[in-house]
Design a protein around this ligand. Structure first.
Ligand code: URA
Length: 199
């Protein structure tokens, strides 16, 4: 029997060769995920950007540094939670130019659909108690909702029997400081759920 760490490593290896969709053709690195295989809390972003594509880890750029601060304010570490994206490869406006900055775009629905089995497998292995979706793309990718992120954030949803809390993407907080307070309200609900199993 494999432990969850070994199972994740096997899946990571598989994802590193994935060419199921065109994103796999031009990315520099597949960005599988980062953190504890036994995490009770999992963050899901939209997809790797320039920095993540170059380094091979999720949320390592400016938005990632802010996410790290949020995680630490929750009394956690990046190593103790799990951080992943709804798509594992860098969605680019100009796919022929991974070396260009400001070439990021949100993933298309079809790309999210093609990649979602990998996230589903990560969830099956890690079994978090709660998922936090960061921004509109991953929220839509998992819930297939038609509400805007402003309306849906802070409400408790479910994905495959796991509690899910949508909130704003940290990149949105970099553009609008007022959103920080709102995200913190959402994270307080998440912490309460993790402490008490009540929400
Ligand atoms: N934005 C995301 O949604 N994911 C990352 O990994 C980095 C930035």
């Amino acid at each position: 029997m494999f432990g969850s760490g070994e199972e994740l490593e096997q899946l990571k290896e598989k994802v590193s060769f994935c060419k199921k969709c065109p994103l796999g053709e031009n990315r520099l690195n597949a960005v599988f995920g980062y953190g504890s295989p036994d995490a009770d809390l999992m963050f899901v972003g939209e997809g790797p950007g320039y920095d993540e594509d170059h380094i091979g880890k999720p949320f390592v750029g400016k938005a990632g540094q802010l996410l790290t601060k949020i995680i630490e304010a929750m009394g956690r570490t990046r190593e103790g939670v799990y951080i992943a994206n709804i798509v594992k490869c860098h969605p680019m406006i100009d796919p022929s130019n991974p070396e260009k900055r400001s070439n990021d775009r949100p993933p298309a629905l079809k790309e999210m659909e093609m990649c979602r089995p990998y996230l589903d497998m990560q969830l099956k292995i890690i079994k978090p108690k709660i998922i936090v979706t960061l921004g509109a793309s991953s929220t839509k990718g998992l819930l297939n909702n038609i509400e805007t992120i402003s309306r849906i954030r802070g409400s408790v949803r479910e994905y495959k029997g796991i509690k899910l809390m949508p909130t704003f993407h940290p990149a949105a907080l970099l553009r609008n400081q007022d959103l920080k307070k709102i995200v913190w309200e959402d994270m307080k609900k998440v912490m309460h759920y993790l402490d008490t199993c009540e929400i």
